[in-house]
Write a protein that binds this ligand. Structure first.
Ligand code: 5AD
Length: 351
């Protein structure tokens, strides 16, 4: 036990562990004493950097078309069952207007890799949002692109970009994706985004098929190297119309443990308590906030399309109005002992 505690202390002090040390810690994730110690510390570190603030991001899932065929994702192109939709620029702006009046100061435009949205279209949408809502940040989450495209989005005014690395281990990556996708290219994209100046988000699923403790340790080392401003982590949840439909879902307990480790390794990062965490456990997001997470991303997509953006089964926030949904989220934050603030919620080093 003392050995485990001293590893947590070392991570806290040095923001770094050796791979074998991460492995030792992660293997002990269900040790109650260890968890209590780690979570108390990760909550303290988040508090030192961001106080009790929880930042809300309005998530706009603007297209469910995707050219990729990732084995875990319900939006994969081979899923003929998936209902596909696209939001127009006008639809997206309406979401932003509603979001703005509900107190959002960040809009996250997320979608499958949909070639309908050329760089010109994306840049036009970004420019218009930034003109109309000049106090707001725009985050893009639209997948792998060339460095030139990323630069164009940045020049159009996009502030942040989310692209989970999914798994840092290249051979594990190839077990989750078809051969035309490479983990190496994905990681290059992330370094390009950082270089351009985006606040950049990486991240991974916990409990994805074939994942080992070694893989999770490598994910931690990858994050140490990339130093992303944001890290999205959620449990893998099977989707019934994918090759992984029979696989078991990721552990909520392990997901919380990984969130806390990330908070210690990257003390100033913005760390969402994700929708997947809230889907796997109805208290998952509150639990996430208590062990280091400080961001929530309520859904602002039009209610009519929400049930069509299904990455995994039983995804929450279906059917509610955005406004209701936001009210619930604010209440949940308060109940967990934190404060939902109206602000862009930039990373400390990007203010
Ligand atoms: N379970 C959990 N997370 C998933 N994602 C995609 N499919 C699933 C799933 N079945 C995550 C991926 C992706 C993000 C948008 O959603 O990590 O990057």
């Amino acid at each position: 036990m003392n050995n485990l505690i001293s590893l947590v202390d070392k991570l806290h002090l040095e923001n770094h562990l050796e791979k074998k040390e991460y492995i030792t810690l992660i293997k002990a994730f269900d040790n109650t004493q260890l968890r209590e110690y780690l979570f108390t510390l990760s909550d303290k570190v988040r508090q030192e950097n961001y106080g009790k603030d929880v930042y809300l991001r309005g998530l706009i899932e603007f297209t469910s078309y995707c050219k990729n065929d990732c084995y875990y994702c319900g939006l994969r192109c081979s899923n003929r069952e998936a209902e596909r939709y696209r939001l127009s620029k006008e639809d997206i702006l309406l979401c932003c207007e509603e979001g703005y009046s509900l107190g959002f100061r960040t809009f996250v435009l997320q979608g499958g890799e949909d070639m309908h949205y050329t760089d010109e279209i994306i840049c036009d949408i970004v420019r218009t949002i930034k003109e109309k809502f000049s106090q707001c940040a725009v985050t893009l989450s639209i997948g792998e692109k060339s460095k030139e495209s990323y630069q164009r989005y940045f020049d159009a005014g996009a502030d942040r970009y989310l692209l989970r690395h999914e798994t840092a281990d290249l051979s594990h990556y190839s077990k989750l994706h078809p051969a035309n996708l490479s983990g190496q290219f994905r990681q290059e994209c992330l370094f390009n985004l950082k270089e351009i100046g985006f606040q950049t988000g990486a991240g991974f699923m916990v409990g994805s098929p074939y994942q080992t403790v070694e893989n999770l340790a490598d994910d931690m080392l990858f994050l140490e190297k990339l130093k992303p401003e944001m890290v999205g982590i959620g449990p893998f949840i099977p989707h019934h119309a994918t090759p992984f439909k029979q696989e078991k879902k990721g552990s909520v307990e392990l997901t919380l443990f990984m969130l806390a480790l990330v908070r210690l390794a990257l003390p100033t990062c913005l760390l969402p308590a994700t929708t997947a965490l809230g889907t796997a456990d109805s208290d998952g997001r509150q639990k996430g906030l208590k062990c280091g997470a400080n961001v929530l991303m309520p859904n602002l997509s039009p209610v009519t399309v929400r049930k069509k953006y299904l990455l995994y089964d039983n995804k929450i926030a279906l059917g509610d109005e955005s406004a209701q949904c936001v009210e619930q989220v604010r209440r949940m934050v308060e109940n967990a002992g934190y404060k939902a603030v109206i602000s862009r919620g930039d990373h400390i080093l990007h203010r």
